[in-house]
Every structure is written in C-alpha cells, then in structure tokens.
Design a protein around this ligand. Structure first.
Ligand code: TRP
Length: 453
C-alpha cells in the first residue's frame, strides 16, 4: 500500500490551479493547433468541444472522485476498490512512461528556440529550413533533450514544486495575455480572416472517424486524463470542496488555452501559405515554423518571441515535472529508494528512450512504424490507442463495478448537489464506453496501415 501522507490542497482554487497547471502544457500550445490545422480547422474544433463537455466531463469527474474517495493515487486506488481492476493502475503508469521521453524531446526544441530568441538570433529561427535541419540533426537536439531532462530532474529532486507551482500561477495568465496579443496581431495580417474562418467554421466533408479519434486522443492528452493523474490530484482534494464545479473550471481553463493557441497559429499559417494543404499538414513542426515567421514580421517580434518561448518552456516544464514525479513516486513507494537515486534513474531512462524519438527526424527516419516518424508513433500509440482503452476501462469500472451512485455520492457531500448527475450516469454507462469503442474500431477499420499522420 502506498503511504497516504496527504497534505491536501488548502482550498478549492488551489486544487483547480494545480490541476490546471498539469493540464496546460505542450498539449494545448503545440499539439492542439497542429491537429486543428491538419484536420480541417472548424470541424476539429467543434468535435473537440463536444467531446470536452461530454466524455471529458464524465471521465474527469470519475477520476477525481475515485481519487478523493480512496485518498490514494491510481495504483492503490483501483486496487482498494476492486482487486481485479488493479491492472488499470499499472496501465495508467505505463502511459507516462511512454509519453515523458518524447515530451522531453519537444521540451528540448522549445528550450533551443527560447535560447535562440534570448541570444538575439530570432531571425535565424524564422529562416527557411531552420527547424527541419535542426531536428534532423544528431548532436544538437539530443543535447537540448538532455538539458530539458536535467532541468526537470533537478526541480523534481529539489522538490521546489511549490515554487514552480506558484510561478506557474503567475506565468499562466501572462501566457494567455500573450496568446491574445499575438492572435490579434496575426488576425490583422492580410489573408488572416480567411484563416480565421477556416479555424472556426465546420465543414461537413472534413468529418471522419480518424478526425474523431484524433480529437479524442487530444482530449485525454490535454486534460491529463486516462493515466491516473487526476486520481492522484483528487486524492488531495478536500471532501467539502465542490468537485463538479472544480472539474468545470479546469475544463474551461484548459480548453481556453488550447483555443487561443490555435487562434494564434492556425489563421497565421493559413495567411502565410495561402491555405496551402502542405503547410496546414506540417504536423509537430507547425508551432516552430509558423510562429517565428509571424514574429519576424511583427514590430518588436523578437522580444515577443523570446517571451513566448520562455512561457511555453515553463508550461512544458511544469507538465514534465509532474509526469516525472508520477513515475518516480511509484518507484519510491514500491522499492523504497531514495528520491535522488530514483529521479536519477528515471532521468536516465527518459533521456535514453527519448533519443530514438529525436533521431527519427534525421538519421533514423527510415524507421517508420505505421508510416510515422518515431515521435509521432509513440504519440499515436499512447494517445490514440492506450488512453482510449484505459478511459474505456475506467468507464466500465465506474459504471458497472463501482456503480455511478458511488461516484455521485462522492460528489454530493456536505450538502453539495451534483447538478449534472443524470447526464453523468447516462454518459458513463452508455455513451462514453460505446462511443470510445466505436471510435477505436472505426479507426482500425479505416486501416491502421494507411494511417498517415
Ligand atoms: N496535459 C498535458 C499537456 O497538455 C500533458 C499531460 C498528459 C500531462 N498527462 C499528463 C502533464 C500528466 C502532466 C501530468 O501538455
């Protein structure tokens, strides 16, 4: 059993901010915009929003309630409620083990861009081919991956999370303000209004099963669901705080940042490329290619660019810290290792396993499982396969093993009413599990072999 020495969040807002700090990261700023650009803008946006208020809401309530009910993090929580489902806790741990290495590769890219801007070389970042030749290299991206992993591990060992969390409470609003400023600037550029329409207007012909699967994966990733994190956060939450409204606030916050990040990037790409298909499909590189050219044309753009990458670096760092902490805490609980020793081991693992994802853009580009580069492949199996599977199991567990009334009772304490409880019951028993399976199957039917991400 895990030691349950729960300090707890002092207030509801403390819980909301901590959970939001985990949720807001590269998923919102880097991943959401490139998926939205690739999957037809408005169509993706609408599907995503619908999933947030239905699936996202139901699954987040479930996870936070399971955590608060048991007072344990995911492995202990599932085991305590039903031994047969203990494996869900382990599956939840496997996901951050896959995500953290490639997350750190992107963190390394962000660090490189941040330093490029801060040292006054912003124009280089905007030059053609800078990004491609940088990530295609060997030594440089691995060096920055190492830097990112080392910084993350230092913070985790020093346990200065409190400081970092305080900092992110200040930095997050600045990040939002900056996204607004950059979007407004971008939208005033010639051609950007068409881009805006592309970003918000749904077009039925763009709808596909693959789009829904991508939106679903993005939902889990962005809201830090289906990997036990929200169970852990729930275990720190006070019984008298309103769980339902807290979950709503986290959803709104996370979705707002994603929407703004998309608003900052998608219309600009559209404007700069004239809606060119290839530019819209540039995938993981979108943020690193488009934004520098926006900064280049913007008055004071190098300063704005520097500030922007500093803030993204912080958002990435806070998420990487909590991912690393998740893995480390399980090892410490089970093996009773020292913190420094454990974090060193996790750091080495993350660095070594991150290397192939980094090389996949250059010398290892011939290694292309399912036609994807290695980073996209790891991202795909974790977000589009494993997370939906775990989310499905969580629904089944909550609906048919634990029963929705247990979750509802957990929400309704101290005179709190669970406003959407009918909706919740229907979602968790029928719509979410059936929907997730349908989406998974339809995408497999669409032919995994022909997936080109
Ligand atoms: N939600 C984070 C993001 O948007 C990524 C993430 C997924 C995460 N699961 C997590 C971060 C767990 C911290 C802990 O970037």
């Amino acid at each position: 059993m895990e030691t349950t020495n729960r300090v707890g969040f002092s207030s509801k807002i403390g819980f909301v901010l901590a959970a939001a700090a985990s949720a807001v990261g590269l998923g919102n700023i880097w991943r959401f915009p490139y998926l939205a650009a690739e999957y037809g803008g408005g169509t993706f946006l609408i599907v995503y929003l619908i999933l947030v208020v239905t699936f996202g809401f139901a699954i987040m309530i479930t996870e936070v309630a399971i955590g608060r009910k048991t007072g344990l993090s995911s492995i202990g929580a599932f085991r305590k409620l039903n031994r047969k489902f203990a494996f869900c806790g382990w599956l939840g741990l496997l996901i951050p083990v896959i995500i953290t290495p490639y997350y750190s590769v992107i963190g390394g890219w962000v660090a490189k861009y941040m330093v490029t801007y801060l040292t006054g070389h912003g124009s280089d970042a905007a030059s053609d081919g800078f990004f491609g030749s940088y990530i295609g290299g060997v030594g440089q991206p691995i060096f920055w991956l190492l830097i990112f992993v080392v910084v993350t591990c230092i913070v985790v060992v020093a346990g200065v999370q409190k400081g970092i969390e305080k900092a992110s409470v200040i930095l997050m609003p600045i990040l939002i303000a900056l996204c607004i400023v950059i979007s407004i600037y971008g939208l005033t550029q010639p051609g950007a209004l068409d881009g805006f329409v592309y970003y918000v207007k749904p077009v039925l012909s763009k709808f596909s099963g693959k789009l829904v699967l991508a939106a679903l994966g993005q939902l889990f990733y962005s809201m830090s669901l289906a990997m036990g994190i929200m169970i852990t956060y729930g275990s720190y939450m006070k019984k008298e705080n309103n769980l339902e409204s807290s979950v709503r606030m986290i959803e709104v916050f996370d979705t707002l940042v994603a929407f703004l990040a998309g608003l900052m990037i998608v219309p600009s790409v559209f404007a700069f490329s004239g809606g060119n298909e290839e530019a819209m499909n540039s995938g993981p590189g979108l943020m690193f290619v488009t934004l520098p050219s926006v900064f280049e044309s913007m008055p004071g753009g190098h300063i704005v660019g520097g500030l922007f990458f500093v803030l993204v670096f912080f958002a990435a760092l806070t998420s990487a810290i909590s991912l690393t902490e998740t893995i480390a805490s399980v090892i410490m609980d089970k093996l009773h290792w020292r913190r420094s020793q454990t974090v060193l081991l996790v750091g080495i693992f993350v660095f070594v396993v991150g290397i192939p994802s980094s090389l996949g853009f250059g010398v290892w580009s011939h290694v292309a499982p399912l036609g994807m580069d290695l980073l996209t492949f790891f991202d795909f199996i974790s977000n589009s396969i494993m997370m939906p599977v775990l989310a499905f199991l969580t629904c089944i567990f909550a609906a048919y093993v634990l029963k929705p009334k247990e979750i509802i009772a957990e929400v309704e304490q101290f005179g709190v009413t669970f406003k959407a409880k009918k909706f919740y019951s229907v979602m968790i028993r029928f719509v979410a599990p059936v929907g997730i399976v349908a989406i998974l199957i339809s995408s497999v039917m669409a032919g995994l072999g022909v997936f080109s991400w």
